[in-house]
Structure formats: structure tokens, C-alpha cells
Write a protein that binds this ligand. Sequence first.
Ligand SMILES: Nc1ncnc2c1ncn2[C@@H]1O[C@H](COP(=O)(O)OP(=O)(O)OP(=O)(O)O)[C@@H](O)[C@H]1O
Ligand SMILES: [Mg+2]
Length: 261
Amino acid sequence: MVGTELQSRRVARAQSAGDTDGLALRDVRRVFVHGRTELVALDGLTLAARGGEVLAVVGPSGCGKSTLLELVCGLQRPDGGSVRSAPAVLMPQRDLLLPWLSAVENASLALRIAGRSRSAASTSASALFEELGLDGFQDARPHELSGGMRQRVAFVRTLLAGKPVLCLDEPFGALDAITRAEMQDWLAGALAREPRTVLLVTHDVEEAVLLADRVAILSPRPGRVLDVLATEIPRPRTRTDPAVVGLRERALRALADGARG
Ligand SMILES: Nc1ncnc2c1ncn2[C@@H]1O[C@H](COP(=O)(O)OP(=O)(O)OP(=O)(O)O)[C@@H](O)[C@H]1O
Ligand SMILES: [Mg+2]
């Protein structure tokens, strides 16, 4: 299927999903207490994503990106402002696979917790394993898998949680450049086949422009939204596409301006 067709299918699904699968943060403040000092992680952060939209979030280290995802998933509560989201699942910054479980048991954990039988859960996971090039590794333990494979198992686990909103925290941060590029292509394809609302936190501005519908630029801590860039580039996108290169430059400039304050 050509890129523009995929994109219009994605937009149509996003529209039919309405706002019920979206999320909205309004004027959010989050403060952590370190001994006697207060550390303001987020302040005045306002951001929204429509159902079916891929929204990338980029910003300097420590500006509150992981905190933002935990707020959306309901793992933390804001100290000010409001957070509203359709049910969301977090793929954390580290893959956190359980070393004593096989790959397929790790991937189908949410289904087992929800009461599905071992065989039904493993059938659902195995279908995605095949799609993601993990076929034959169902019974492998996490230490027997490469970094890219572990990330894919963690992603299967995130998908199988069955939530409309995926919060992905640096999903490819620990990978080498080649594996990272493969995983980006694969994620773009997976989202085209099965659109979800995605909040994608990344340090990599190029990755944000390649994968997202819009890119939110956060300020240094306390994090707030400095700018939101719409990508509007037909899919599939390539790194060398002048529109991708141009937008990457714009995003980098916005980040650098933000760092200067
Ligand atoms: N549970 C916590 N208790 C205390 N302080 C915290 C906690 N979680 C985060 N912080 C602080 O809040 C700030 C934002 O942290 P967060 O992990 O959200 O940043 P980040 O943008 O995800 O950083 P990175 O890009 O390095 O992953 C940091 O200064 C951090 O020290
Ligand atoms: Mg983080």
C-alpha cells in the first residue's frame, strides 16, 4: 500500500475514533520533594492528542518526559491542572522483561493477569511474534534475545494490554543505529496496520519526525510545551526526504532556543 493511502486510512480511523481514544493535559504541574527542597518537574504543561494520532515528545534530559507519560497512564497524579486520557499503557524506558519467564510468557503477561488461559494468551502473542520477526523465539528467555528482540517482546506485551493509548518511553534508546532504524521502520508499519493513539517520548528528533503526526518540543525543567510542529509528510517517510530533513532542523532549532531560555 502506498504511503498516502496509509495516511488517509490512519486519518479516517482517527476521525472515526473521535476524541474518546485521545488524551488531554491542561496546565499540569508536578512537584517532587527532595529532602527540604521542592523540585518542579512540570509546570503549566498543556498538550493534547486526538484518537489515532502519533504525538512525539522531545525535550532535554530531566525535563519531565517520563513523568508526563506516568501521569497519562495514571501511575502518578498531577499537583495542579488536569490529566484526561483514554485507558493508557506504558512501555517503560527499560524493557523490564521478567528473566525467569519465556519471551511469549513475558509478552502475554497482561492477558494472563486478565484471566485468559495459558494457551489462549500464547496464541495471541505468537501471532504478533510472527509479524515482528520473533517467530521461533517464543520459548527463549530474555537473556537469550538481542536488545532489539527484547524491545520487540516488550512492545508485543504493550500492544496485548489492549489499551487504546500507548505511552512509549524512549522505546529504541538503548539500541545501536542500525537496529534502531529497523525498529523505527517496523513501528511505522505496525501503526499503519493497527493505528493507536501514541505518545512517543524520544531524544532523537529525526525519529520523532519520521514516526509522528506532530512533534511537541518541551522546555528544560520545569517542562512545558514550547512548540508543536505538524509533520504532514506522506508515509512511508525516509531520512533523506527534504521535508524530513527540514522539519528535523526546525525541531532542533526550537530545542536549542528553548535551552537558551
Ligand atoms: N519519583 C521521583 N521522585 C523524585 N524526583 C523525581 C521522581 N521522578 C522524577 N523526578 C525528577 O523529576 C525530573 C524529571 O524526571 P523525568 O524522569 O520525568 O525526566 P525525563 O525528561 O524523562 O529525563 P530523561 O530524558 O533523562 O529520561 C528530574 O529532575 C527527576 O530527578
Ligand atoms: Mg525519561
